[in-house]
Design a protein around this ligand. Structure first.
Ligand code: HEC
Ligand code: HEC
Ligand code: HEC
Ligand code: HEC
Length: 200
């Protein structure tokens, strides 16, 4: 009886220790992030300070939310509904950091920019890393398209270097598990559904 009791106690202790180890292994990046300085706005990092300040101070660019994109890019909109970028806010909610500005920089659309995400309550339509989280504010693009012109994004497909730098602005050394080969990962996002095996 004595031995069984000891066995049960040891097992419980072991399970407890294992759990602690596993949780801290999962959490160490969050701890590191919390101890670092506020990360730079991805769009600012991708464009460089000068170009960013010029564009954003002009007041010409603002975020519109992905429901606007759905009107003309239905396939992309639906394809991205399965992509983890569209669930980035859920990761913050699960870890209790959905109001932490440090985390929102990379888990929402345009946080830190005037027209960008502020909170789930105030700007639910800009939750997660949406279309404009990679391509930048979309209002000018929509205006140009309506005038039968094209382009208009600050990090559009006509600026692949900047768009690549956008990936790297969020996928930093600390947050580096999503891909090993940037070029390969980047190319996948030409497809409406980046995780589909079939080419568009
Ligand atoms: C009124 C219809 C319309 C809306 C709304 C619209 N687009 Fe487009 N978009 C187009 C068309 C048409 C093209 C193709 C232009 C071309 O290649 O000549 C295009 C091209 C693009 C491209 C590739 C060319 C580039 O400039 O990089 C991207 C990226 C894009 N759209 C993203 C978006 C996003 C993000 C939104 C929402 C903020 C959006 N679009 C809203 C019609 C629209
Ligand atoms: C605004 C920040 C941000 C930008 C910009 C960004 N990502 Fe991400 N990415 C994330 C976050 C956050 C996640 C994880 C979402 C989650 O699980 O909560 C992620 C997840 C991923 C994944 C994992 C997908 C999977 O199927 O598991 C890939 C691949 C990826 N990103 C590639 C890219 C590429 C390529 C670019 C540039 C074209 C890019 N990302 C731009 C923040 C960003
Ligand atoms: C510099 C951008 C950036 C910041 C800041 C950031 N994250 Fe992330 N986060 C990512 C990326 C990118 C991923 C996708 C996983 C990867 O590539 O390592 C991710 C994934 C996650 C995940 C999914 C589980 C995992 O570990 O893959 C959680 C949870 C998470 N982040 C929580 C947070 C919290 C909490 C904060 C704030 C303390 C935070 N993140 C700040 C970019 C960021
Ligand atoms: C993770 C970053 C990321 C997100 C989020 C994202 N895109 Fe893109 N998108 C890219 C990349 C990378 C390319 C390829 C750029 C190139 O051709 O150099 C691309 C290309 C495109 C193109 C042009 C496709 C072609 O035929 O060349 C369109 C249109 C587009 N995206 C629309 C959207 C829309 C609409 C959304 C939201 C529903 C969206 N994107 C979300 C990264 C992203």
């Amino acid at each position: 009886m004595k031995y069984i009791n000891l066995f049960v106690k040891t097992t419980i202790l072991l399970i407890f220790m294992l759990q602690t180890v596993c949780f801290s292994a999962e959490d160490y990046r969050i701890k590191e992030e919390l101890a670092s300085s506020q990360p730079k706005i991805p769009l600012k990092n991708a464009m460089g300070d000068e170009a960013y300040n010029k564009a954003m101070n002009s007041g010409e660019y603002y975020y519109v939310g992905n429901t606007k994109c759905r009107l003309c890019h239905r396939k992309f909109f639906l394809g991205r509904k399965k992509d983890p970028h569209d669930f980035a806010m859920e990761s913050l909610i699960a870890s209790g950091h959905e109001e932490n500005p440090r985390c929102l920089t990379c888990h929402s659309t345009g946080h830190g920019v005037k027209s960008g995400f502020t909170s789930i309550k105030k700007t639910p339509r800009l939750s997660n890393v949406q279309c404009e989280g990679c391509h930048g504010p979309g209002n000018v693009h929509i205006r140009l398209i309506k005038e039968k012109k094209r382009w208009g994004f600050l990090t559009g497909t006509d600026k692949p270097k900047r768009l690549k730098k956008m990936c790297q602005s969020c996928h930093t050394k600390r947050w580096d598990r999503s891909y090993h080969d940037l070029k390969k990962a980047y190319d996948k996002y030409r497809n409406a559904d980046p995780n589909s095996k079939v080419k568009k």
